[in-house]
Design a protein around this ligand. Sequence first.
Ligand code: AMP
Ligand code: ZN
Length: 106
Amino acid sequence: MSTDCIFCKIINGDIPAKKIYEDHDFIAFHDIKPMAKIHFLIVPKLHVETLKDCKDVHEPLLGKALLLAPKLAESQGLVGFKTLINTGREGGQEVFHIHIHVFGGN
Ligand code: AMP
Ligand code: ZN
């Protein structure tokens, strides 16, 4: 948990989001600026800033996150979809709490 992190605030319910899924380890919600007809983010509740900060201990979390993508995509009516993980400022990352973009439907 990081007090100045917008995704931690969503996880804590301090700011609203269009949530599509939640379990013990993850939350998923629609992106506020969608790049496609359907565009949501899979966000671990654990505050890790970037993919570069992940260690071996995070392997199960990363695996679970990827396996959620097709399940949630299907629940949103997507037959096929794209996934994206921006990493670091130079990699286009704007929110420094690791997340997977899932989008499609255009
Ligand atoms: P990234 O560039 O990979 O860090 O992507 C961050 C994404 O978070 C962008 O696509 C933003 O549109 C999205 N985003 C930022 N704030 C919010 C929010 N409050 N609710 C939903 N999505 C958000
Ligand atoms: Zn965070």
